[in-house]
Design a protein around this ligand. Structure first.
Ligand SMILES: [Zn+2]
Length: 215
């Protein structure tokens, strides 16, 4: 989806109430055509005579409309920026950009609300598509009990362990295994433990055409 300001504003209010106890003041949300980021929080630091930041003002939340991302990813991006906003407002000095305070809040939201927020430098789809290294991928495509499709790119030595764990997972309705050289799969982490990454089934299917199904 390509988000609109109205959509983002509504989602902002929703997650503000859900994850931040409604403590975040309204913020101007602007759409951007940027290719270098998906979401970004901007503000002006106000400094005292010792150049220390005393407060932050003129907050603006920018979301890029250059990418057609799944709604979940747009919302995760929005919530990610809302954590930055929450930290900036409280004047908390975190240990780094995505430091201890950020990670603790992110973990809390992921656990309590089933989100998939990350702190990895989120590459743009163009950056991801540019990764054309060829290597063998061992893939497990799972149909989840809730109807979603999930992908797991497995590290080869861990296939058996992951397969066994998935066979006993109540959340998985069925699974199929493939081997593929498609560089599209480079964007997923190679799992050594059973992890599921929900994916768009149509997009996944288009990258499975050349894959070999494993029995
Ligand atoms: Zn961030």
């Amino acid at each position: 989806m390509i988000p609109t300001v109205e959509f983002l504003q509504e989602r902002f209010d929703h997650y503000n109430a859900l994850c931040f106890e409604g403590t975040l003041p309204a913020i101007p949300i602007r759409l951007s055509n940027a290719q270098s980021f998906i979401g970004r929080l901007q503000y002006k630091p106000v400094r005292d005579w010792r150049r220390r930041i005393v407060r932050r003002e003129d907050f603006v939340l920018r979301i890029s409309t250059r990418f057609d991302l799944p709604q979940d990813e747009v919302e995760d991006t929005l919530i990610h920026e809302m954590i930055h906003y929450w930290i900036a407002l409280r004047g908390v000095q975190d240990s780094s950009t995505h430091g201890k305070v950020f990670r603790a809040k992110m973990k809390e939201i992921n656990e309590q609300h089933g989100r998939h927020l990350t702190i990895s430098h989120r590459s743009t789809p163009e950056e991801l598509d540019r990764d054309q290294r060829i290597s063998k991928h061992w893939l497990c495509v799972s149909l989840l009990a809730d109807g979603r499709t999930a992908l797991t790119v497995c590290a080869q030595p861990c296939i058996r362990t992951i397969r066994r764990a998935f066979q006993h997972a109540g959340t998985i309705r069925s699974m199929s295994w493939y081997c593929s050289l498609d560089p599209w799969f480079n964007r997923f982490p190679r799992c050594r433990t059973p992890k599921l990454f929900p994916v768009d089934p149509a997009e996944l299917q288009s990258h499975l055409t050349g894959a070999e199904e494993l029995k």
